[in-house]
Design a protein. Structure first.
Length: 463
């Protein structure tokens, strides 16, 4: 039997060794989910789904500390931020329960033409079928909630593959679902290698594919789906921020530092490219660097830590290479610029790296932000929109006209005004566009995507 060793990314200490599922497990999970869904007698009534999710909330609320330590230990996110993640996950379950009643259809007008007289029509929403979810490491509990709870609330059996580096929060959540009374087979977790993960999502019994992770992997897997399988892909970005000359600087600095270095920058909407009006660029860059220099970096389980480790030592090596490349091509390093250990990298602020440097062209996914000067707002918008990645963006300004222009012209699914790009609450629509993904996350939005419309048309001479 093959196993996976789950380790703490800070010191590589062993947390737990678990079994790696195989192709036979994939087939068994698919058979079980398919049998459940094909027989509508097995479908869980809405009131019962609500009861189960309310029980999940109750159980999780009594386990906040345990879930926080587990998520922080395997994922590397600092303790305080991991606790926020657990509370968000609980709220995500609550949102799922609340929105079960909102899965509803509508009356379709008839009698508008002679051919449609004496008819009445209604739509209803039905669960789409089996959902296969592939998750990422950076939010090991909340992402699992976002990829399972909408499916269950919509009435879909779901098979989820957590990241191999952070499977324990997922497995614990499955235990909680069962403890809350979820019938067997409705939510199954499989820890898989890439080959068996492909086997899962390629199966023609999968009706919906949910993916969170790298664009390279997500687009390839999406190309392997069977005809008719719908999908939602959430990839990364290189989030742009525009800072106008009239921005309120003092509160903005704290916001940008939080958005750039939260979870060591390992967030798909982390602040990365900050375009600052040339009249205040060096001032803003140095203020960000001063704050970054004083962030507490280290063991994520230390409650004073603000920036934890990167998920693997290889990621530290990559960040080091990219920063050195930026320095060699002319960027000024205002803070950081060096590894602290095999697992941690200094919070780094780069001033004006070359446009063709990796840090300017690709998602950094590490504790590095880049600051660039610009002369006009149109120039800043053009540079912000210059990459194929498009997720969340931000603009800092005291001008209503400027903020509205930026919101209109920035290529993003969400534009924050006077807030950092990593802002998110779990009931808002969330997702990338262009190379950054397709489909829309957020609990109720995913629920809609995991249903399909059926229409009933009644013909009668007395209508």
């Amino acid at each position: 039997m093959q196993t996976v060793k789950v380790t703490n990314p800070y010191d590589e200490s062993l947390i737990q060794e678990i079994a790696l599922n195989n192709s036979a497990d994939v087939d068994s999970a698919l058979d079980k989910a398919h049998a459940l869904f094909q027989n509508q007698e097995n479908w869980i009534p809405a009131y019962k789904k609500t009861e189960i999710l309310e029980k999940v909330i109750e159980i999780m609320s009594d386990m906040v500390e345990e879930l926080t330590l587990l998520a922080a230990s395997e994922g590397g996110k600092p303790y305080a931020d991991s606790k926020v993640e657990v509370l968000r996950a609980i709220n995500g379950v609550k949102l799922g329960a609340e929105h079960i009643s909102q899965l509803k259809g509508e009356q379709i007008p008839m009698g508008l033409t002679q051919a449609s007289v004496n008819r009445v029509a209604f739509t209803m929403r039905e669960p789409i079928g089996i959902v296969a979810s592939v998750s990422a490491f950076n939010h090991p509990l909340n992402l699992i909630v976002h990829q399972t709870i909408p499916a269950l609330a919509a009435g879909c059996p779901v098979i989820i593959k957590p990241a191999r580096s952070t499977p324990l929060s997922c497995l614990k959540f499955i235990e909680i679902l069962k403890q809350a009374g979820l019938p067997d087979g409705w939510c199954q977790a499989l820890v898989l290698d890439n080959k068996d993960a492909s086997r899962l999502i390629e199966d023609d019994r999968i009706n919906f594919f949910s993916f969170i992770g790298s664009g390279k992997v997500g687009w390839w897997l999406n190309s392997r789906l069977s005809p008719g399988t719908r999908s939602a892909l959430e990839h990364g970005g290189a989030a742009p921020v525009i800072v106008e000359a009239d921005a309120n600087i003092e509160p903005m600095i704290d916001s940008l530092v939080k958005g750039g270095f939260y979870h060591a920058g390992q967030v798909c909407v982390s602040v990365q490219r900050i375009f600052v009006h040339e009249s205040i660029c060096e001032k803003v860059a140095n203020l960000i660097a001063d704050k970054a220099r004083n962030l507490a970096v280290g063991d994520q389980l230390n409650k004073d830590t603000e920036v934890g480790p990167l998920i693997t030592h290889g990621e530290v090596d990559r960040i080091e290479e990219w920063v050195n490349e930026a320095k060699d091509s002319g960027a000024a390093i205002l803070s950081g610029g060096k590894r602290i250990s095999d697992s941690c990298y200094e919070p780094t602020v780069l001033l004006n790296p070359a446009d063709d440097a990796n840090v300017s062209q690709n998602e950094i996914f590490g504790p590095v932000v880049c600051v660039y000067p610009y002369a006009t707002l149109d120039e800043a918008i053009d540079r912000a929109n210059s990459l194929p990645l498009a997720f969340q963006a931000a603009v800092f300004t005291e001008s209503l006209n400027t903020s509205l222009k930026a919101v209109k012209k920035l290529n993003a699914t969400a534009v924050m005004v006077n807030d950092h790009t990593a802002f998110r609450v779990d009931w808002m629509p969330f997702g990338g566009r262009d190379a950054s993904g397709i489909g829309m996350g957020g609990i109720q939005y995913s629920m809609e995507e995991m249903t399909r419309i059926k229409m009933m048309v009644i013909k009668s001479p007395v209508i």
